[in-house]
Design a protein around this ligand. Structure first.
Ligand code: ZN
Length: 197
């Protein structure tokens, strides 16, 4: 076994997988509502404090990402905008907006599923997580938990949307032969919103 594989296995435990599966269930709710399927839960000491699923279209709110909604619900529940000692599980790598809110909320640890090559702020596109010494709070961050499952949800959502958007006779034949994107090359939530707005 390689050192890298050993490290990846020690990044997560059974509890992490349990909570990520809750986040995936919420991502399915987003999908049912026609939103980009991303879900998030915020947990402290084994207790669920907040949950959210992506809903900027339905709420007419550009900030209604799953992570923000989970943070809002948790803040409301505990009566404090600061949420130290919490872990945020989210199916997609957080964007810069959510990374900022996560740091402001003093979240201790972020665990995400699939990377977001278009807008991910945990190293895929921007480097805000894990937070560095320029912030006065350190948030840990690790990705790749159930990444295939989380990514598949997004890829199938965008594939279905592209299929629905394609008017049959007006599409040049070569468009039909276009290969499927690489497994992790998913579109970002921002791109999806642009497409739908
Ligand atoms: Zn976000």
């Amino acid at each position: 076994m390689t050192e890298e594989a050993t490290q990846a296995e020690t990044d997560f435990d059974g509890t992490d997988e349990f909570w990520m599966r809750q986040a995936i269930a919420l991502a399915h709710r987003a999908q049912l509502e026609g939103e980009v399927p991303v879900g998030a839960v915020l947990v402290r000491d084994g207790e669920l404090l907040g949950e959210g699923w992506n809903s900027p279209i339905g709420r007419h709110d550009p900030s209604a990402h799953a992570e923000i909604l989970a943070l809002r619900q948790a803040g409301s529940r505990v009566g404090n905008y600061r949420l130290p000692g919490t872990a945020l599980y989210v199916t997609l790598e957080p964007c810069p907006m959510c990374a900022g809110a996560i740091i402001h909320a003093r979240v201790a640890r972020v665990i995400y599923g699939a990377p977001d090559p278009k807008a991910g702020a945990a190293g895929s596109r921007f480097d805000l997580l894990p937070s560095d010494h320029r912030f006065n709070h350190r948030t840990q961050c690790v990705g790749g938990l159930l990444a295939e499952e989380c990514g598949h949800l997004l890829r199938s959502f965008f594939a279905a949307r592209r299929k629905k958007a394609k008017p049959g006779p007006e599409i040049p034949p070569e468009r039909h032969q276009k290969p499927e994107p690489a497994p992790m090359a998913i579109a970002s939530r921002e791109e999806a919103c642009q497409n739908s707005c």
